[in-house]
Write a new protein. Structure first.
Length: 462
């Protein structure tokens, strides 16, 4: 878990009550503040993997937080990265980027795409990669496909985007209705990302001129195949830009000033509350974790205690008025830091090679089942072959006799029928007292002589 403190806004000065360390964030709040739920102390120190100050660059934050996860995903390990913090604290700037110099200000999502394709270009020739992506938003507990075309562009309150649903199957989240676009280059990925970013729901609030009013989830899928070892590694990178939490207080300006903004803020806060509930259940090692309470927690089931490496960036507004919300965000971050995930390499045999091998084995079995190629054996020829087979006493004793019956299964049915006929012919002749027989009848006599005594034989019904 990392913390990043945004630069102070022009109209606000950074609070002297926030002290930054290399891995610590110390927050001091005046005693008696009702925002801190009656806490006795006014000074709080929180530990993080690293704390980024206002002067930290986008490239530095990416290298320290996300680059390792991205490179692990190329080796078949799932990765999830999400930003959490109050509204206006810099989450979208960190994950998506600024509006100025793109090369300098681009966020984690564009840099992830760049890193993936750079690593692919530098990889050995024996590995083949396939990359694709999807991008959705969660607006008032409803998922929407941000990569859909032909539905208009721009910041929309009324634009109809395709609905995306999420289900949980075998401990993994599955999206239904989300467009998954194949990417051949970094330029393809950036084009899709810009389309999705343009389709997001944003609105002007007292805290932010372009506040994200929905959670955004960008998922990049990677498949790496190595024909030489007949293996395929699959992984996904989930990058989540959470909408900001906001306390709705009648005594202060905020989203409660407008009905539509207030409804959005209530939905956002409720979604984040369910996320906090899941984190608490995981920390308590609860047998029942309420992933299904919200769309967001179902979608993040892989990252929250599942098969993925995960990292969180907590963003901080350094202004004095934001101190209570900063403390609340820090408390949440500490709970997230205690969650244990169990990431593993998702590796399996190449399905195309498995299919080819199964097809080959199927052809071999069919050939063996048919007994080779050739026409069916007529009854007269089958009878001759069986008699010859029975007369080869020496070879039969040594296990070397063989009977060619032709294509199966019909050949086997025919041979069995003739064996039965020969058996009953020998049995009936034995009942008739014998007589002079020679030539081919000797074989049937031998077959009949091996039967049970006469009184135990029953002639077949006619």
């Amino acid at each position: 878990v990392f913390a990043r403190v945004r630069p102070s806004k022009e109209a606000q000065l950074a609070s002297a009550n926030i002290q930054l360390g290399t891995q610590t964030l110390e927050v001091a709040v005046p005693r008696g503040s009702a925002e801190l739920d009656g806490a006795a102390s006014d000074r709080y120190t929180y530990q993080f993997s690293e704390v980024f100050g206002p002067d930290s660059t986008q490239q530095y934050v990416f290298d320290r937080v996300a680059k390792g996860l991205v490179l692990a995903a190329l080796d078949g390990v799932n990765a999830t990265l999400f930003a959490y913090g109050q509204t206006g604290s810099g989450k979208t700037h960190t994950m998506c980027g600024g509006k100025g110099n793109f090369s300098r200000d681009r966020g984690i999502i564009p840099r992830t795409l760049s890193t993936i394709f750079q690593a692919i270009d530098d990889s050995s020739e024996g590995i083949h990669y396939a990359v694709s992506m999807s991008m959705i938003e969660i607006y008032k507990e409803v998922g929407h496909d941000l990569l859909a075309r032909g539905v208009g562009t721009g910041h929309r309150p009324n634009k109809k985007m395709p609905i995306v649903t999420v289900t949980v199957n075998a401990g993994q989240s599955v999206l239904h209705g989300a467009k998954r676009v194949a990417l051949a280059s970094e330029e393809d990925g950036l084009g899709q990302y810009f389309l999705g970013d343009l389709n997001r729901t944003v609105a002007e609030t007292p805290h932010n001129l372009a506040s994200s009013r929905s959670h955004c989830v960008c998922t990049i899928f990677i498949e790496a195949s190595e024909p030489a070892v007949q293996m395929v590694r699959t992984s996904k990178i989930q990058i989540v830009d959470l909408a900001g939490s906001e306390r709705l207080k009648p005594t202060q300006r905020g989203s409660q000033d407008k009905a539509s903004l207030m409804k959005e803020a209530v939905a956002i806060n409720l979604s984040l509350h369910y996320l906090s509930t899941v984190i608490g259940a995981l920390n308590d090692s609860s047998k029942v974790v309420p992933y299904r309470n919200s769309y967001l927690t179902k979608l993040l089931i892989d990252a929250l205690g599942g098969n993925a490496k995960a990292a969180m960036i907590m963003t901080v507004d350094p202004s004095e008025s934001a101190l209570p919300e900063t403390v609340s965000s820090c408390r949440f971050a500490q709970r997230v830091a205690n969650v244990k995930t169990h990431a593993k390499v998702n590796e399996a045999r190449d399905p195309l090679l498995v299919i080819a091998e199964l097809q080959r084995k199927n052809a071999e079995l069919q050939a063996a089942f048919q007994g080779g190629q050739g026409p069916e054996v007529p009854d007269d020829e089958m009878r001759r072959r069986i008699r010859a087979f029975l007369e080869e006493e020496e070879r039969a004793a040594q296990g070397g006799a063989a009977l060619q019956v032709g294509p199966l299964p019909q050949g086997a049915f025919t041979a069995f029928r003739i064996f039965r006929e020969l058996f009953w012919e020998g049995a009936l002749r034995g009942r008739g007292g014998g007589g002079q027989r020679g030539g081919d009848d000797d074989a049937t006599d031998a077959l009949g002589a091996s039967a049970e005594p006469e009184d135990s034989l029953q002639a077949p019904s006619r």
